[in-house]
Design a binder for this molecule. Structure first.
Ligand SMILES: [Zn+2]
Length: 347
């Protein structure tokens, strides 16, 4: 092995140690070559590639983060660009990796082993979430610009986020609605439903509930150029649900103007981490979110839970890196729902 090869290997190895989630539990680390061999073995028996020393626990909890605005002054519902980047850095360094909401609710978790999935969401579709500057570039201080920038600097931090849009001027710049929504989807991120009128569902009748959801889904889908893209995730404005229980099913499914809708995920406003999608208690139609802020979070904000999971690693979802196998410590096996078609692997 010549010096250059050695140098390259050592750079690659240290890069892996710095960024790979395996390094959290296993400082000894592995070479990149070992990882590649492991990927080849996946085809034989997926379990062979699972490193139990990383303490995979796919019954653990997952954070679904709720953002609203990015702006120059930090406020209760506003994160500055610097603080948002700090959030991403903290998540990255602590081994969290973004996944899509769809992958979360369908249990298709592909983050590298030893890592913890996290879901990033933005509500209200304000211009500070996604702004085009007069020269045609994406503002680097808008959420989309910041996410792209962070992903380009950290390729192993996937570009995944869902933007929940209410009303008819997504991201606030006229005549750019279709361009923006299509761009978000082309980049691999998602557009979700936040109703026509930022509706408070607590006292709406059935036809109004279906209009608020169905009309908005149809409007957003028409603007997205990707064929077949379905807007089928809903963030409840104010976290509101119908007081009349018999109307609750319309949040999940209904129709408007003879076109049906069906949501695969309904997000609350909340204050706690969400269940693993493999947990028997997981409910895709009532998913709690955590405020991604440091102001007025009453000790249940994002940083409180990051600290909590640092202190209670056994509560945290740790991926085994193999989406078709659910790996959990034996004592947690009873938490896993019986209906899953994946192989349960305990240790
Ligand atoms: Zn809202």
């Amino acid at each position: 092995m010549n010096k250059l090869t050695l140098l390259t290997l050592s750079i690659l190895t240290s890069a892996f140690l710095l960024t790979g989630c395996g390094s959290l539990a296993d400082i000894g680390g592995k070479s990149v070559a070992t990882t590649q061999t492991e990927q080849e073995e996946v085809k034989k028996d997926p379990k062979e590639s699972i490193d139990l020393s990383l303490k995979p626990n796919e019954s653990g909890k997952i954070m679904v983060l709720m953002y609203h605005n990015i702006g120059s002054e930090e406020k209760e519902w506003v994160r500055t660009p610097e603080n948002f980047t700090k959030d991403m850095n903290t998540l990255y360094e602590k081994g969290y990796r973004p996944i899509s909401l769809t992958d979360y609710v369908t249990g298709n978790i592909n983050v590298e082993q030893g890592c913890t999935p996290v879901i990033i969401t933005f509500d209200d579709g304000n211009m500070n979430n996604f702004e085009y500057l007069s020269d045609g570039t994406v503002s680097k201080t808008s959420a989309v610009g910041l996410l792209i920038d962070f992903h380009e600097k950290h390729k192993d931090f996937p570009l995944e986020a869902t933007f929940f849009i209410n009303g008819d001027l997504p991201f606030g710049q006229k005549d750019m609605e279709s361009k923006k929504l299509s761009f978000v989807v082309e980049k691999g991120m998602d557009i979700g439903n936040h109703t026509v009128d930022h509706a408070n569902f607590s006292s709406l009748p059935a036809d109004k509930i279906q209009m608020e959801i169905g009309s908005q889904a149809q409007y957003l889908q028409k603007l997205i150029s990707k064929k077949g893209y379905v807007v089928n995730t809903l963030a409840l404005p104010y976290g509101s649900r119908p007081k009349d229980d018999s109307l609750a099913p319309y949040l999940h499914a209904g129709s408007y103007n003879d076109l049906a809708y069906k949501n695969i995920a309904i997000l609350n406003v909340g204050w706690n981490p969400a269940y693993s999608p493999y947990d028997a208690k997981f409910n895709n139609l009532s998913i709690p979110r955590i405020r991604a802020s440091e102001m007025k979070v009453d000790n249940v904000g994002m940083y409180n839970y990051i600290q909590y999971f640092d202190n209670h690693p056994e509560e945290r979802f740790i991926s085994d890196g193999v989406s078709e196998v659910i790996t959990v410590p034996a004592a947690k096996a009873e938490l896993i729902k019986a209906t899953t078609d994946k192989e349960l692997y305990t240790y």
